[in-house]
Design a protein around this ligand. Structure first.
Ligand SMILES: Cc1cc2nc3c(=O)[nH]c(=O)nc-3n(C[C@H](O)[C@H](O)[C@H](O)COP(=O)(O)OP(=O)(O)OC[C@H]3O[C@@H](n4cnc5c(N)ncnc54)[C@H](O)[C@@H]3O)c2cc1C
Length: 466
C-alpha cells in the first residue's frame, strides 16, 4: 500500500513527487524503478509522442546492466524475448574486412554476457510493467519554471498550452532534451547576471546535441525470408556479435528476436566532421543501394550479408556535450539527455539504466522527504556524471578502434587499408586487444558493489544535511 494516495501532480503530500518527460528507455526504466523502490512517491510520465513506438532495431544489454534487470524484477519477462538464456557469453568476432579477403583480428573471449533485443519488444515489456495511467502521451514539454528559493512546485508548460506542477522534474527526454535546453539557458542567464559572460557562452554551447561525425544504417534481416543457401552461410550463423571493420567503417551483425532476425548495423565515420552541424534529417529511411556502395571491395561475408539487406534507417549519431552538472535545484537530467554517447561500445542504454536505478533507490531511501530530496539529486550528480562521461570517452575510443582510426593509425588511408597488406600482424593484434580492453570495465566491475557504495554515500550526505 502506498504511504500516501495523492492526486496527480498534487503537492499535498510531503512525499509526493512528479516526474516528467520522456517515455524512452530511461523514462520507462525510471518509472519501473520508482514503482519498486519508492512506492509512496507519485509520478507521472509526460511523453511528446502521441503513440509509444520504437523504431525497430537491435539493442544489446550486457551483464553489468542485467544486474539492474534482475534487481528490478524484469529478468524473466526479458528472457522470453531474447534467445539467450543462461549461456549467452559468445565471443565477439572481430575481423578486418575492407579487403578482398578478410582476416580475423581477434576473438574477444570475455565472459560478459550480452543479451540482444528488438527495441520495440523491450519497450513493450517495460510498458506492461508500468500502470498505464502514469504515461501521458502527446505532451511535449515546452518549458518549466522552478521557484528561485527552492520551495514550492515547478510549473511545467507543454506545447499544447496546458500546464502541470510537480515537486521534482526528471528530464528523460533524450539527446535533444528540452529540459537540458531550459536548464542550461537558466544557468547561462545566472552566469551572465553574475558578470560571467564567457561561462554563460560555454553553458549555452552545451544546449544543442553535437554531431559525432558518424552515421549508422540500422537494418534487419528476417531469417525466414532467406533462401536455403543463405541460411547455412556462416555470416548468418554466429550466435553472437560479428564486427566486420575497415578504415572509417564497420558492419556489425547479431541475432535478435530469439534468433528470428539478424540485426545489421553499418557505421560510417566522416573524419573532421565531429561537432560540425549535420545537414539533413537525423533519421531517415535508406535504400539498399545507398548502404551497399560504401562496402564495395569488402570481403565476401560482408557482401553475403548485404545481399539480403532491404534498406534500413540512417541515424546521424549525435552526442551530448560534457555537462558540468546534471542537476539544477529540483530538476535533474537522466539518460541521453545527460550523456548521449557514441554507440560503438553498446553502453548508451546501460548508462541510462544505471541513472534510473540509482535515482529510484535514492528517492526510495527511508529518510527522504520532499524537503531533503535535493540531496539525492546532488549525490546522483556527484556519482553518475563522472562515471557516464568516462564511458562516453571510452565509446569514442571504441569507434576509433572499430574504424581503424585514432592517432596510431592516422597514416592508414582507405586505399592502403584495402590492400590488406599495410598493417602488420602486430598492429592488427593491437587493435583487437585494444577493443577487448575497452570493453573490460563492464566485465570486471561489480555494479552491486558500486551500488552499495553509492547507498553509503547517500546515507552520509543525508546525515550531513540533517
Ligand atoms: C544507432 C544507435 C544504436 C544504439 N545501440 C545501442 C546498443 O546496442 N546498446 C545500448 O546500450 N545503447 C545503444 N544505443 C543508445 C541507446 O539507444 C540510448 O542511450 C537510449 O535509447 C536513450 O534512452 P533515453 O530514454 O534516454 O532517450 P530516448 O530513447 O531518446 O527517449 C527520449 C523520449 O523523450 C521523448 N521526448 C523528447 N522530447 C520531449 C519533450 N520535450 N517532452 C516530452 N517528451 C519528450 C521522446 O519522444 C522519447 O520518447 C544506441 C543508440 C543509437 C542512436
Amino acid at each position: 500500500m502506498p504511504k500516501f494516495n495523492v492526486a496527480i501532480m498534487s503537492v499535498v503530500s510531503p512525499r509526493s513527487f512528479a516526474y516528467c518527460t520522456g517515455a524512452g528507455l530511461s523514462g520507462l526504466a525510471f518509472g519501473i524503478g520508482l514503482q519498486k523502490y519508492a512506492p509512496d512517491i507519485d509520478f507521472e510520465i509526460y511523453e511528446a509522442a502521441t503513440q509509444l513506438s520504437e523504431i525497430g532495431a537491435g539493442v544489446g544489454i550486457q551483464q553489468r546492466t542485467w544486474t539492474i534487470m534482475q534487481a528490478m524484477g524484469i529478468e524473466e519477462d526479458l528472457l522470453k524475448i531474447t534467445e539467450h538464456g543462461e549461456d549467452c557469453s559468445y565471443p565477439i568476432v572481430q575481423r578486418k574486412s575492407d579487403q578482398a579477403e578478410g582476416v580475423e583480428v581477434h576473438r574477444i573471449q570475455n565472459m560478459e554476457r550480452n543479451y540482444s533485443f528488438h527495441r520495440a519488444e523491450l519497450q513493450k515489456v517495460y510498458l506492461a510493467k508500468l500502470r498505464p495511467r502514469q504515461v501521458h502521451v502527446g505532451k511535449r514539454l515546452a518549458s518549466y519554471t522552478q521557484p528561485e528559493d527552492g520551495t514550492g512546485p515547478i510549473e511545467l508548460q507543454f506545447e499544447d498550452g496546458t500546464t502541470a506542477t510537480c515537486d521534482f522534474l526528471f528530464g528523460c527526454d533524450g539527446v535533444r532534451s528540452r529540459v537540458r535546453a531550459v536548464m542550461y539557458s537558466q544557468l547561462a542567464e545566472r552566469a551572465e547576471a553574475a558578470g560571467n559572460a564567457e561561462e554563460a557562452a560555454e553553458l549555452r554551447a552545451l544546449i544543442p546535441p553535437l554531431f559525432s561525425g558518424g552515421v549508422v544504417h540500422r537494418c534487419l534481416i528476417r531469417k525466414e525470408t532467406l533462401p536455403a543457401e543463405a541460411v547455412g552461410h556462416p555470416a548468418f550463423n554466429h550466435p553472437g556479435i560479428v564486427l566486420y571493420g575497415g578504415k572509417n567503417m564497420h558492419l556489425i551483425t547479431y541475432p535478435i528476436s530469439s534468433g528470428r532476425i539478424l540485426n545489421v548495423g553499418a557505421g560510417i565515420s566522416f573524419p573532421g566532421k565531429e561537432g560540425v552541424p549535420y545537414q539533413g534529417p537525423w533519421t531517415r529511411p535508406v535504400g539498399r543501394e545507398e548502404i551497399v556502395k560504401y562496402f564495395e571491395g569488402w570481403e565476401p561475408d560482408v557482401q553475403e550479408v548485404l545481399k539480403y539487406v532491404d534498406g534500413g534507417i540512417l541515424w546521424a549519431i549525435h552526442v551530448t556535450g560534457k555537462l558540468p552538472t546534471y542537476i539544477d535545484g529540483q530538476v535533474a537530467l537522466v539518460g541521453d539527455a545527460a550523456h548521449a554517447m557514441m554507440h560503438h561500445l553498446g553502453s548508451g542504454s546501460g548508462q541510462c539504466y544505471e541513472d534510473a536505478w540509482m535515482l529510484a533507490q535514492f528517492l526510495g531511501h527511508a529518510n527522504i522527504t520532499k524537503e531533503n530530496a535535493s540531496v539525492a539529486l546532488r549525490v546522483y550528480d556527484e556519482i553518475r556524471r563522472p562515471f557516464a562521461q568516462r564511458v562516453a570517452d571510452l565509446s569514442i575510443r571504441a569507434a576509433e578502434l572499430h574504424h581503424f582510426n585514432g592517432p596510431e593509425l592516422a597514416w592508414l588511408t582507405p586505399e592502403l587499408s584495402a590492400t590488406g597488406t599495410a598493417m602488420t600482424d602486430e598492429q592488427l593484434k593491437g587493435i583487437g586487444e585494444g577493443t577487448e580492453r575497452i570493453r573490460a570495465w563492464r566485465d570486471h566491475s561489480s555494479l552491486i558493489e558500486e551500488n552499495a557504495a553509492a547507498m553509503r554515500r547517500m546515507d552520509e550526505a543525508l546525515a550531513a544535511a540533517a
